[in-house]
Design a protein around this ligand. Structure first.
Ligand SMILES: Nc1ncnc2c1ncn2[C@@H]1O[C@H](COP(=O)(O)OP(=O)(O)OP(=O)(O)O)[C@@H](O)[C@H]1O
Ligand SMILES: C=C(C)CCOP(=O)(O)O
Length: 297
């Protein structure tokens, strides 16, 4: 296909960054602005309003964006006892689908806002909810991965930036929460570069919020099976945020390692930082503070 898009950067911004996590449905205005302006700066002009060039003429990448839920979604998911995929197929009761509908409504408010801000800075963004927008049921995860990727490819070929989010999904005859981190893993075959933006600099030996002297880990090498090449001691707690139903750094690290094992380099950096801007611009260098997870055969 002559419209094939080759240079794709897949970026997830955490709900801990774009929202105030312990205040229900509260945006972090500063980070939302930083994120959308940075994306406008790094993305290929093919995705900006008014550009008529072919994407292939630009050196800058196409981007696929994913955001977490933060205080939009997790509070409601917890209220209705929806659990994170794939650990637990939540117990079905008469309120489960009400929980799915209300959690979806909450996270879509955040999605709407991020899309609105991207449009305001000239990026042709479209919101896509993964469940029912490619994925039918998490039980069919493997087969449906290619459908979702097809939807994203078609969006990119058309000059549109897809903005997906962690979501409340059907799971068998019940419902579960698909983390944005797991969703990123699902979309990763599309991309050459994968970036997680979160509220800490990267991976530490233990949670830097509870242990301020925790040592930073800039490089994590994995083999093709996803085993760590060096035996780093990493204590990744489930989540430092009490409302989070999908597991904090643990889920993110598992997704990052699985992606790296497939041969792609994954970077974790802090939202709002100069280091994150350099990572998104593809500018490396010694002074960039981030964690890179990569395969070493
Ligand atoms: N070993 C560790 N290294 C770094 N952070 C850790 C570690 N263990 C736990 N954490 C916690 O993980 C958090 C990041 O995970 P979290 O899931 O909250 O972020 P997010 O992906 O940005 O947000 P969301 O899940 O809402 O989308 C950090 O705020 C940090 O407190
Ligand atoms: C709670 C919902 C709707 C999605 C969770 O996604 P995450 O914040 O990336 O873990």
């Amino acid at each position: 296909d002559e419209r094939e898009i080759n240079n794709v950067m897949l970026i997830k911004i955490g709900g801990s960054s774009v929202t105030v996590k312990d205040q229900k449905e509260t945006f972090n205005e500063t980070v939302v602005k930083w994120f959308t302006e940075t994306i406008a700066d790094v993305v290929s002009p093919f995705y900006r309003m008014g550009d008529t060039h072919d994407c292939a003429l630009h050196e800058k990448p196409a981007v696929v964006l994913v955001h977490g839920a933060g205080s939009f979604g997790h509070h409601t998911a917890k209220e209705f006892n929806l659990k994170g995929y794939p650990h637990d197929n939540s117990e079905f009761n008469s309120n489960t689908m009400e929980g799915l509908a209300k959690t979806r409504h909450s996270v879509q408010k955040l999605n709407q806002r991020i899309v609105a801000e991207l449009l305001a800075v000239g990026v042709k963004a479209v919101g896509i909810s993964p469940c029912f927008g490619g994925l039918r049921n998490l039980d069919l995860f493997e087969e449906q991965q290619s459908w979702l990727i097809d939807v994203l490819r078609e969006t990119l070929r058309s000059g549109l930036v897809p903005v997906l989010h962690g979501d409340a999904c059907l799971y068998g005859s019940s419902a579960a929460i698909l983390s944005g981190d797991t969703l990123l893993q699902m979309c990763s075959p599309l991309a050459g570069q994968i970036v997680f933006l979160t509220d800490v600099d990267g991976v530490f030996q233990s949670d830097p919020k509870t242990n301020p002297t925790a040592q930073f880990i800039p490089n994590i090498a994995v083999d093709s099976q996803g085993n760590l090449v060096l035996s780093h001691v990493i204590q990744a707690t489930e989540s430092s945020h009490s409302h989070d139903v999908t597991g904090g750094l643990k889920t993110k690290l598992a997704a990052a390692i699985a992606i790296a094992a497939s041969g792609r380099v994954v970077t974790i950096a802090k939202s709002g930082s100069l280091s994150a801007e350099n990572v998104l611009r593809g500018e490396g260098g010694e002074d960039v503070r981030c964690t890179r997870i990569f395969r070493q055969d």
